[in-house]
Design a protein around this ligand. Structure first.
Ligand code: S3P
Length: 186
């Protein structure tokens, strides 16, 4: 039974939920998604929260959801694409688990976010490609600073991506254990 959570961060449509579900199955621990918890608590979709209450309200609800999930026993946790922009979230996520950034190239993101119906930040974009590039550029430093490991999924199959993520998670968490043990045996 893993001791720490596995946390997936990354841009919209980077595959966090799909990859996360597969990782959770392989690790034998539950899969949770911070956006889903926000929706359940609000009783409405993320898109409706953005439209009716505004992004700032959504960000507070997201921070609350991440705080709750970071306090749970080990899980695989998929986070919303903007979660890393709040340092409170980054601190909670890094404390609770091993944080893996899923990267994917902007062209692939655009293909996957094609309809945009459930992506409030792309709703009103005149030029969705420019909006994606602008957000990616703004967020990239935060993604990289928050991550213990980065997996570039461009050109990888789902199974390959899952294998890379689990390899990083296992190596990272084992390394952490090794650092801790020698002190008590000295
Ligand atoms: C957001 C990404 C969404 C969701 C919300 C805001 C963002 O999650 O949290 O629409 O700021 O990038 P996904 O990354 O799962 O699409």
């Amino acid at each position: 039974m893993p001791q720490r959570s596995l946390v997936l961060i990354g841009f919209m449509a980077s595959g966090k939920s799909t990859v996360g579900r597969h990782c959770a199955r392989d690790l034998g621990i539950p899969f949770r998604d911070s956006d889903r918890l926000v929706q359940r608590r609000a009783g409405k979709s993320i898109a409706d929260i953005f439209v009716q209450d505004g992004e700032a309200v959504f960000r507070e609800m997201e921070a609350d959801a991440i705080g709750t999930l970071a306090g749970s026993p080990p899980i695989v946790l998929a986070t919303g694409g903007g979660a890393v922009m709040d340092p409170r979230n980054v601190a909670a996520l890094r404390r609770t688990g091993y944080v893996v950034l899923l990267c994917v190239d902007p062209a692939e993101i655009l293909k996957r976010t094609g309809t945009r119906a459930s992506r409030p930040l792309l709703f009103d974009a005149q030029d969705p490609e420019a909006r994606v590039r602008e957000l990616l550029q703004k967020r990239d430093p935060a993604y990289r600073a928050a991550a213990h490991a980065v997996v570039d999924t461009t050109g990888l199959t789902l199974d390959e991506t899952v294998a890379h993520v689990l390899e990083a998670y296992r190596a990272g968490t084992e390394r952490r254990c090794r650092v801790v043990r020698p002190r008590s045996s000295m």
